[in-house]
Design a protein around this ligand. Structure first.
Ligand code: ASP
Length: 335
């Protein structure tokens, strides 16, 4: 049985819906982008990921266990830009970035520039739990994965036709664009479907994780915000965040940490803090995207400034709630 917890919010004593798991499958999806079948498949994958994480929490697993289990399901789903289905770099490869952070201990693991790790989040966790390091990149990270028994695959595993076509379109647009370098993909979709998860377990511990293929047409060697702790991922005792969007802006804003700093130091609520960074600072600087944020009282926020963001949550009752577009209603966790 999950323990029920209570808190006073706005002068009202409210039951919290803990444990709680919150996910995103990336910002950037717009109405009209998906066929009916694609939309159904994406919703089903989001629900499956929520159920997988919930099963861990229900079995007494930690928030870190739940985050890793959830992200593994999303990485395996070709609908999202992480693991299988990752976007392509300028030179036609899939290059994966990831990170995980345990809010209770402050421990973290991250990896970037991966070409062969089937589930990058598993490697991030292995780096956190079984290495003396926090972040590893490229070949060295993959050698460590092999030593740790983390599954490796042939790079062709990550390839999907849809992503390949997105790269072709981006390359074509780039070659005809006047203002070279202003955006990685000019006049096109620059990102699509990074995945992230946040969990609050029955002991009140928070964790966060993020996994991505990055941005379509990125130069090889480019690293985005997803594996940078404090930019794309952050968790501490009070606040957890996973971001999705134009990574360069998230890195410059230290977006995930900035949200949690506003909670910790400025006394802001999670909704105000995350809205202020994602829908205030990031667009002001010229970027865009979204995030999920969760506090230790079980209050979740889903700010984004694109036409949609794959998102969802599951509470103690085990019923998944998912949404894609801006106008999709997503009932919020009770508090
Ligand atoms: N933030 C990711 C990156 O810049 C992309 C995304 O969220 O879709 O690598």
């Amino acid at each position: 049985m999950f323990q029920r917890r209570y808190a006073v919010r706005d002068g009202v004593l409210a039951a919290l819906d803990a444990p709680l798991l919150v996910i995103h499958g990336g910002a950037g999806v717009e109405p009209g982008d998906l066929t009916r079948e694609e939309e159904q498949a994406a919703r089903a994958a989001l629900e499956a990921a929520l159920r997988a994480g919930h099963a861990r929490l229900k079995a007494g697993g930690s928030s870190v266990d739940a985050v890793a289990a959830t992200i593994t399901v999303l990485e395996d789903a070709p609908q999202f830009n992480a693991g299988r289905g990752a976007v392509f770099t300028h030179d036609g490869r899939n290059e994966l970035d990831t990170s995980i952070m345990d809010g209770a201990t402050g421990k973290a693991g991250a990896a970037a520039g991966l070409h062969r790790v089937k589930n990058p989040i598993t490697l991030a966790r292995a780096i956190m739990d079984r290495s003396r390091h926090v972040m590893m990149v490229g070949e060295g990270a993959e050698t460590f994965a092999q030593e740790q028994g983390v599954a490796l695959v042939d790079p062709s595993y990550f390839r999907t036709e849809k992503r390949w076509q997105q790269l072709q379109k981006a390359l074509q647009e780039e070659s005809t664009a006047k203002e070279v370098g202003a955006r990685l993909v000019l006049a096109g979709k620059a990102y699509f479907g990074t995945v992230g998860a946040l969990a609050l377990d029955a002991q009140g511990r928070l964790a966060a994780g993020t996994s991505t293929g990055g941005m379509t047409n990125k130069r090889y060697g480019r690293v985005g915000d997803a594996p940078i702790l404090g930019a794309g991922t952050w968790a501490d005792a009070r606040c957890a965040v996973s971001g999705t969007g134009w990574g360069e802006f998230y890195i410059r804003a230290a977006a995930a940490h900035e949200i949690c700093a506003r909670v910790r130091l400025a006394g802001q609520g999670i909704v105000r803090a995350s809205e202020g960074v994602i829908n205030g600072d990031i667009p002001k600087a010229g970027g865009d995207g979204g995030a999920i944020a969760l506090d230790a009282q079980g209050v979740a926020a889903f700010p984004f400034n694109t036409g949609g963001m794959y998102r969802g949550w599951i509470g103690a009752d085990g019923v998944p709630h998912v949404a894609i577009y801006r106008d999709d209603a997503l009932p919020l966790p009770a508090y």
